[in-house]
Design a binder for this molecule. Structure first.
Ligand SMILES: Cc1ncc(COP(=O)(O)O)c(C=O)c1O
Length: 408
């Protein structure tokens, strides 16, 4: 088995075993490679989208675990979805301006599973989907087994997915299984969708009866006074909203949710049963017990404040070190700043130099391109995982590599 080299799309050899046709195309992903590079001692990683470990509310969560273990004999049994947790999700959604009820909530093993389940539900083999050409790789992996036709639209760094292009594709007769959109804190481009575009996407989804999958793990982490509402607040028939506890509590718990049209819930339940029977009973009940205390409301505000400080530190460091070599926008939500270099560079060489000479890692934008486009000048930088000092140090190192010029 050939190991990945620094950011190279490499097929994974399976030697003598004949895997399914779609699985022949599985390549090492840049994200997996970054996990591996980022875990090397000394590497300062601005690459992955991890939350800060110190922000996990471990003490309060430990108390919830203790309470559940003492009082809830069903917590370690197989189980049906835990209704009190659904009620908490309804309350959380209310804070985002979405009205929904428990019958529309489906609990998942993270947002990632939400995407996979909805792909199974909606997408035929060889069917079409609409998404942006630079998009979260986990989504690309979720649809890959279906060998889909991907109808790509571009992303504006000012206001997100090109909703006009989505409308044109549908007006020209295409009937995709769904449209995939990340409304806030886009991964990887950091942008949030404007209000007009939210409305246009919902309007065209309704007009052409095409479901919208709204993937929103970052929506609770907005850094401005006024947050826009999710698309699900505009429609409850065509929008499947995907939420997650990963960024507002802890990703290791692996719990998320779908807010779906009610009639779809029984079908999603059957799809899920085939995958993992049910979302871990113990985790559902401990998250619910943690939420019972009301601690999460203050905790989410705390996360907003802290991540905003880190965002600002990264923007200030970029301004200090890279103002003459790159451009960026200030993200209003999420974990990422998308930086576009003014000069065309060989990204692979740049990343190699960054890791080998300066011990700093980032993810080249092309790792997120649906069609593997090789000429992206963008790089994705994460500001959630490192302390402010480390962010400043990381940008200074990155600037040295970008400016030294051996990768042109
Ligand atoms: C856009 C997007 N969707 C989904 C996920 C997966 O989230 P979860 O941990 O809830 O599976 C991520 C994780 O980084 C993400 O960035």
């Amino acid at each position: 088995m050939k190991k990945a080299t620094v950011f190279e799309r490499t097929r994974i050899s399976t030697e003598k075993i004949a895997v399914a046709k779609w699985a022949c195309g599985i390549e090492w992903s840049a994200i997996q490679e970054m996990m591996w590079i980022g875990s090397r001692p000394g590497v300062l990683s601005l690459a992955l989208g991890l939350p800060e470990i110190e922000f996990f509310p471990a003490k309060e969560y430990a108390k919830a675990v203790e309470r559940v273990l003492e009082n809830d004999p069903l917590a370690m049994q197989y189980g049906v979805p835990f209704e009190p947790l659904k009620s908490h999700v309804v309350t959380l959604m209310g804070q985002r301006g979405v009205e929904c009820n428990e019958r529309q909530i489906f609990l998942t093993t993270g947002a990632q599973q939400g995407m996979a389940l909805l792909s199974h539900l909606l997408l035929d083999h060889g069917g079409a989907v609409i998404c942006e050409e630079t998009i979260y790789t986990g989504f690309q992996q979720a649809i890959q087994p279906f060998n889909p036709r991907i109808l790509c639209v571009s992303t504006s760094l000012d206001d997100g997915m090109d909703s006009e292009a989505v409308e044109s594709i549908l007006a020209s007769g295409a009937r995709p299984a769904f449209i995939y959109v990340i409304p806030d804190g886009h991964n990887p481009m950091g942008v949030s969708l404007s209000g007009d575009k939210r409305e246009q996407l919902v309007r065209v989804a309704q007009h052409y009866a095409i479901p919208l999958i709204e993937d929103d793990p970052y929506g609770f982490l907005n850094y401005e006074a006024e947050a826009l509402r999710p698309l699900r607040s505009l429609d409850d028939e065509m929008v499947f909203y995907i939420g997650s506890f990963s960024k507002i509590l802890a990703p290791g718990l692996r719990v998320g949710w779908i807010v779906a049209p009610e009639a779809m819930i029984p079908k999603i339940a059957i799809v899920k049963e085939a995958v993992d029977i049910n979302t871990a009973t113990f985790t559902q009940r401990t998250i619910s017990a943690y939420l019972d205390t009301g601690h999460s409301f203050g905790h989410i505000s705390f996360l907003r404040e802290q991540y905003k400080l880190r965002r600002d530190a990264m923007i200030n460091a970029l301004q200090a070190h890279l103002a003459d070599a790159a451009r960026w926008r200030i993200p209003t939500s999420g974990f990422f700043v998308w930086v576009e270099l003014l000069n065309r560079v060989n990204m692979r060489e740049l990343l190699k130099s960054a890791v080998e000479i300066e011990n700093v890692a980032f993810i080249p934008g092309q790792a997120f391109c649906v069609n593997g486009a090789a000429d992206s000048k963008g790089i994705r930088l994460n500001f959630s995982y490192c302390s402010i000092d480390r962010i400043e140090e990381g940008i200074a190192r990155l600037a040295r590599v970008i400016k030294n010029g051996t990768h042109h």
